[in-house]
Design a protein around this ligand. Structure first.
Ligand code: NAD
Ligand code: MG
Length: 338
């Protein structure tokens, strides 16, 4: 952990932010408000082009933004980064400049093999872009992790710190990691617990109740809708906070039944998921799937969309008007997780 202020490192630097989505927009705005010189690189004619211009940025095609930049932040979706690197970054980035990522996937799994004459660093805020921006505006910041993969200039670490400070992360907390740890833990979290684990747990709970003859509407409330209350308590104060708020009956049921559902065998299978991430099996399969035009991805997605919990959920949510207001829409604030 470190909170060293090293903004001088980038004081005279030109920073190219490639991508103006969840992270790109927040980083570009915060860096600019921190007094740094930012150019946004996006495709001409795309929706981000007009948005970044309207928000006062100098905007260029990615290749042109990279030319002359001292630091290039790659904040496009991960799967388009290898092509972006080959076409727009590799031929244009200055020797000694820094290439910065917010997720280590492409470097760690060698989908991008950066030129040997540049620094390669990572700064990833532990929060969605919208929060990175609003916390900065409040004079605070979102804790961020940072790493150095390649240090040619001798200043790679200082550049990562300066960038992390520029987006506000240094006001909260900076944690050192490496590309391997960031990539593998990020993939494991989303697969085993956050996205894959949680959605499969909900679907299995819903099916168990409905197959036992209970009404799908009631099952929906018990296994999906109310999950939000629990997750909010986790977020605020961990499992301790949840235990403070739930009844004694719910606590006793938690203690005796939770470990029957998620048991040692589940944990063994989690280790299998982690092993596939660590040895590259997951990355190899996912890249092949992406390059084949996502045939299985589309099938899996359709099955999730067609699941009975979604059918009943759509009907029930239409009768909960408070969910339609923006304030109640975490997805708008989060934009995306992962
Ligand atoms: P996003 O999908 O919100 O934004 C992507 C942006 O990239 C688009 O708005 C567009 O401006 C641009 N873009 C899209 N396709 C492009 C192409 N083919 N060529 C050039 N530009 C293109 O992405 P995001 O969620 O901000 O993710 C960016 C990076 O940040 C990823 O590496 C991601 O893993 C990482 N990250 C995201 C979060 C998060 O909460 N969203 C958190 C930490 C790290
Ligand atoms: Mg699933």
């Amino acid at each position: 952990m470190s909170t060293t202020s090293t903004n001088d490192t980038l004081a005279k630097a030109r920073i190219a932010v490639l991508g103006y989505g969840s992270q790109g927009r927040a980083h570009a705005l915060n860096l600019r408000d921190s007094g740094l010189d930012v150019v946004v690189g996006v495709r001409k004619g795309g929706p981000s082009w007009d948005k970044a211009r309207a928000e006062g940025f100098s905007v260029a095609e990615p290749g042109d933004a990279v030319k002359g930049a001292d630091l290039v932040a790659v904040l496009t979706p991960d799967m388009v980064q290898p092509k972006l690197y080959t076409e727009s970054i590799e031929p244009n980035i200055k020797p000694g400049a820094a290439l910065l990522f917010a997720h280590g996937f492409n470097v760690h799994f060698k989908q991008i093999e950066p030129r040997k004459d540049i620094d390669v660093i990572l700064v990833a805020p532990k929060g969605p872009g919208a929060l990175v921006r609003t916390e900065y505006e409040r004079g605070r910041g979102v804790p961020s992790i940072w790493a150095v993969h390649q240090d040619v200039s001798g200043h790679a670490e200082a550049k990562a710190h300066a960038y992390a400070n520029g987006i506000g992360g240094g006001r909260a907390m900076l944690i050192k990691t490496d590309f391997k740890e960031e990539t593998e833990t990020d993939l494991f979290g989303e697969q085993a617990v956050l996205c894959g684990g949680a959605s499969s747990l909900v679907q299995a709970g819903f099916e168990t109740l409905v197959e036992a003859g209970y009404q799908p509407e009631i099952a929906y409330y018990e296994v999906l809708h109310e999950l939000k209350l629990i997750v909010d308590l986790f977020y605020e104060g961990g499992i301790t906070r949840m235990l403070e708020f739930i009844s004694e009956t719910a606590q006793y049921g938690d203690y005796v039944s939770g470990p029957r559902v998620v048991d040692a065998a589940t944990k063994e299978r989690m280790k299998g998921v982690l092993k596939d991430i660590q040895d590259g099996t997951f990355a190899k399969n996912w890249i092949a799937e992406y390059n084949a035009g996502l045939p299985n991805y589309k099938k899996f997605k359709q099955a999730d969309l067609d699941h009975p919990v979604e059918v009943v959920g759509k009907k029930l949510r239409a009768r909960m008007p408070w969910l339609q207001s923006d304030a109640a829409k975490p997805a708008e604030a989060l934009k995306k997780v992962g």
